[in-house]
Design a binder for this molecule. Structure first.
Ligand code: NAD
Length: 481
């Protein structure tokens, strides 16, 4: 069994101490083999409440620390993550299955949130203004929102945690964190690094659990919790928003995507293939920003399909430890769901034009697949695939293209590859998505405000905006006569 911990099964971190969860234990599986990687403590609602007790007790003191002190904790954690990059990457691959190259890139990206917010922590500023009628002045200031509940998904076990923890701590919030039950080990390892960096007791509390619904509901019902920051599916996000409404809890939601990838007739096709490979196959297609549907201009559709297909056929698929390009999907269920989307497309006339081989036995594998002649309303186009399948749809006129691109309730990421940059920008502006990659297949960047429109979410993570999600605004109006 793969174990990264000094004392296995004391995995609930509350008030600066590791302890066993009171609901028993659960298995973490290696998606490459289906074997148990490790057993982890199962936190109960009582553990969740103890976590809130600790976070609430630590809040006044943490909120009052000098911003420089918070900044330095984050900076040290950034450095420790880079020091331990290989170990952390191996842990991500063991519990999530993603290729080692992708896992290393995730650690670098995840660590950058600590560096970025260590720099932002000392730059919270307010405003000062004169009342229009004279006789008053207004001072605008910010303060941390309070105890923040953070809930993360399995697809980026490190980055989704640091993208929340770093701004929350920079702002002066204390936190209770629930990692995805598929991938708690990376979060537990990150917590140890925060402790090594000097984290005060109670500032970060972590409760792994198989009982996500009851635990998070209890957090949302607790009057001491003033913020929920959730990353995951739109379906669960909706449930949490309803619960948050009961107590008017400040909510940030990073939800599902269905990213279009547009290729124009004048695009550089080598660049298009390079960007498409990154946008589609990073993490085996299990990213909220993954290109979900390709709209290729009819004049270059056959050429693009050939070149893209040739690159896809070269992908090696297998366990991360063996250095493959693509790992397994997260679960057997995910393989069934991706397969159902492909079968439905084929029943509607789509054709598999290219595919890479997968290992014959063991693991939750689905072959990287290119589908051509896909009807624009096939399920594989309309639903989030979350797997290594690229459906290609052709287009000829821009108005029809934009109608197809925007005909979805999702609006997270989009991609445009075009020769004429002005045209790419004009197209991008008309796409209802929070982030548009132009002539590149990667949109994520700690210095940019990551987030979605429509049912892809509420709020932003990263950049200055990510810090503001954890701050309240307050003003003082002052008699000035
Ligand atoms: P999920 O919604 O099933 O789970 C996300 C988290 O919520 C996990 O920690 C899970 O244990 C927990 N959870 C599940 N049911 C819950 C409930 N009833 N109450 C409270 N918590 C609950 O999502 P997932 O399968 O882990 O992740 C995949 C989804 O996440 C995809 O839709 C993907 O697009 C989305 N995602 C979005 C972003 C983004 O930034 N917008 C980033 C990564 C993933």
């Amino acid at each position: 069994m793969f174990s990264d911990r000094d004392s296995a099964r004391a995995d609930v971190f509350v008030g600066g101490r590791w302890r066993a969860g009171s609901a028993g234990e659960f298995d973490v599986l290696d998606p490459a083999t289906g074997a148990v990687v490790s057993r982890v403590s199962d936190g109960s609602e009582a553990d969740g409440t103890a976590a809130v007790d600790a976070a609430a007790a630590a809040f006044p003191r943490w909120a009052a620390t000098a911003p420089r002190e918070r900044s330095e904790l984050l900076r040290r954690t950034f450095e420790l993550m880079l020091r331990d990059r290989e170990r952390l990457a191996a842990l991500i691959s063991a519990e999530n299955g993603k290729a080692l190259a992708d896992a290393r890139a995730e650690i670098t990206y995840a660590a950058e949130f600590f560096r970025w917010f260590s720099e932002e922590a000392v730059r919270t500023a307010g405003g000062f203004g004169a009342g229009p009628a004279g006789g008053t002045r207004t001072v605008v200031t910010h303060k941390p929102v309070g105890v923040a509940a953070l809930v993360t998904p399995w697809n980026f076990p490190a980055a989704m945690a640091t993208r929340k923890l770093a701004p929350a701590l920079a702002a002066g919030c204390t936190t209770v964190l629930k990692p995805a039950s598929e991938t708690p080990l990376t979060t537990l390892a990150l917590t140890r690094l925060l402790v090594e960096a000097g984290l005060p007791a109670g500032v970060v509390n972590v409760v792994p659990t198989k009982r996500s619904g009851p635990l998070v509901s209890a957090w949302l019902a607790d009057p001491r919790v003033r913020k929920i920051s959730f990353t995951g599916s739109t379906e669960v996000g909706r449930v949490l928003l309803r619960q948050a409404a009961d107590r008017v809890v400040n909510a940030s939601m990073e939800l599902g995507g269905n990213a279009p990838f547009v290729i124009t007739a004048d695009a550089d096709l080598d660049l298009a293939v390079e960007a498409a490979m990154v946008a589609k196959f990073r993490g085996g297609g299990q990213a909220c920003t993954a290109a979900n549907r390709f709209y290729v201009h009819a004049a270059v559709a056959a050429d693009f399909a050939d070149r893209f297909g040739a690159a896809v056929e070269k992908l090696t698929v297998g366990p991360a430890a063996d250095g493959h390009d693509i790992g397994p999907l997260i679960s057997a269920r995910a393989v069934t769901e991706v397969g159902a989307l492909v079968d439905q497309a084929i029943s509607r006339g789509a054709v598999v034009s290219h595919q890479a081989p997968v290992p014959e036995a063991g693991g939750f594998y689905y072959p990287p697949t290119v589908l051509v002649d896909v009807p624009a309303d096939a399920d594989v186009v309309r639903n989030e695939i979350f797997g290594p399948v690229a459906p290609l749809v052709t287009w000829t006129d821009e108005e029809t293209l934009l109608r197809m691109v925007n005909d979805t309730e999702m609006g997270l990421a989009a991609y445009v590859v075009a020769g004429d940059l002005g045209r790419a920008l004009r197209l991008a502006e008309r796409i209802d998505a929070g982030m548009v990659g132009i002539n590149r297949g990667l949109v994520s960047d700690p210095s940019a405000p990551f987030g979605g429109m429509k049912q892809s979410g509420l709020g932003r993570e990263g950049a200055r905006a990510g810090l503001e999600e954890f701050l309240e605004t307050q003003y003082f109006t002052v008699d000035w006569r």
